[in-house]
Write a protein that binds this ligand. Structure first.
Ligand SMILES: Nc1ncnc2c1ncn2[C@@H]1O[C@H](COP(=O)(O)OP(=O)(O)O)[C@@H](O)[C@H]1O
Ligand SMILES: CC(C)(COP(=O)(O)O)[C@@H](O)C(=O)NCCC(=O)O
Length: 392
């Protein structure tokens, strides 16, 4: 399992035998998992049969429907280590004393909602190893339903990042659309969202998270994504980037709005200096790379927002990782290009939009109880409390 130690701690406390529905987003780099758990023994106390005015009961024709209080849990694995994901699901399945016990139809047990390219690529593997069929959910539609769910259900989900400060944004449900969703995964998809299920993928770029991680690995020889991010944190991009001041003899080029410290050419200094790669500090290389990619995505996002007159841009995907410098660069790029007109916003469950969207496809979630996880990164606490509806 990927090194989210706090998520693991959460898991350790989580009621492993009560897992019911689980959804996956199998991407080019990471597998994201969302699952619902009712929470150990108390679940049966909380499970309430439909009855007249019971706030947890829903009347549905002749059917009885139960509402179960529980939590959505979030986990991720590296796609290249898919066996860890399979082992995890297998261990949960063995311990799931039943789907029946949780009130879910047994037939659901061997079908998992899954999105992302891996839902196609690894379908046979899931069937062979776990006898599980992947019920494929379209990737863009999953991203959109995941984002819409979060923006409506979780009060402190979206935030701006300005001058090193997170400012949480209250979303008015009646004024959410339209917005631009920029998902920075291995590659980048830009989606104009006009409502629930109403969206259009308007652009994308192959220069995304996979580029940062792939090039970063080659150039710095670092072993993990987190190391690369940490290095970028320590580095100084001015060592490698050619700045406007480097070209203009230390002066600003104000006529076209460029200060002397603006990057004129990413990695441009490497042309004239007679240095080998080894002579640059890996930290500086990582910093220039992160800045180049974040800036580029911020700019393309802004241009697409401009194309469609969108004022709000939400950035998701695991490239961001709640990383200060990444968010700062993207925010500055959007602010700079839009002259302050458009706002870059980030999502606390950034990387789980697709997996959540696939989960939403079960059409179970009925209401959100205390669905506002404590403010902080998802790594601190990504659980969302909610109430799901089941028929019996
Ligand atoms: N632990 C990690 N291992 C690999 N990549 C990571 C990790 N954490 C963040 N990333 C970044 O997130 C990107 C993948 O983001 P994600 O939204 O999961 O996309 P995908 O669906 O393509 O896997 C990677 O390309 C990398 O830039
Ligand atoms: C193909 C993808 C939708 C796959 O999603 P991912 O696994 O990267 O999250 C994405 O990588 C993408 O949008 N790439 C950019 C392709 C382009 O528009 O040029």
């Amino acid at each position: 399992m990927d090194g989210d130690r706090i998520e693991e701690a959460t898991l350790a406390n989580s009621p492993v035998d009560e897992i019911s529905h689980l959804a996956l987003d199998i991407g080019g780099s990471l597998i994201k998992m969302v699952y619902f758990s009712t929470g150990s023994e108390q679940s049966t106390d909380k499970t309430q049969k439909n009855s007249s005015k019971d706030s947890h009961g829903v009347s549905g024709g002749n059917k009885h429907r139960n509402l179960l209080n529980g939590r959505l849990y979030f986990l991720k694995f590296e796609t290249s280590k898919i066996n860890e994901c399979l082992d995890f699901i297998q261990s949960k399945q063995l311990r799931c004393r039943g789907v029946q016990h949780c009130g879910f139809p047994a037939s659901d047990k061997n079908i998992i909602k899954a999105t992302g390219g891996g839902a196609f690529k690894f379908a046979d593997l899931f069937k062979e190893k776990l006898d599980i069929s992947l019920d494929k959910v379209e990737e863009m539609s999953s991203l959109v339903s995941g984002a819409n769910f979060l923006l409506k259900a979780v009060p402190s989900e979206a935030f701006t990042y300005v001058n090193g400060q997170r400012n949480y944004v209250q979303i008015d449900h009646n004024d959410l659309y339209p917005y631009l969703l920029v998902n920075i995964g291995s590659g980048v998809s830009m989606i104009k969202v006009d409502g629930d299920g109403k969206y259009e993928r308007v652009s994308g770029t192959s220069v995304g998270g996979g580029t940062f991680w792939g090039l970063g690995k080659l150039l710095t020889k670092c072993k993990s994504f987190d190391d690369l991010l940490e290095m970028s944190h320590q580095g100084n991009n001015r060592v490698i980037d050619m700045l406007v001041g480097d070209i203009y003899g230390g002066m600003d080029y104000l006529k076209i709005g460029l200060s002397s410290t603006a990057i004129a050419s990413s990695f441009g200094k490497a042309i004239s200096e007679n240095k080998e790669l080894e002579e640059y500090k890996p930290e500086d290389v990582a910093r220039s790379l992160l800045r180049m990619i974040s800036n580029n995505i911020g700019q393309i996002a802004y241009l697409n927002a401009l194309r469609f007159g969108l004022k709000r841009i939400f950035f998701g995907g695991f490239f961001i990782r709640g990383h200060a410098y990444t968010m700062d660069t993207i925010s500055v790029a959007v602010d700079f290009w839009s002259k302050g007109e458009a706002k870059a916003m980030f999502l606390r469950h950034e990387g789980f939009l697709g997996a959540l969207g696939a989960f939403m496809n079960y059409k179970l979630v009925e209401e959100f109880t205390n669905s506002n996880p404590p403010v902080g990164d998802l790594n601190d606490n990504g659980i969302i409390e909610c109430c799901v509806q089941v028929s019996s």
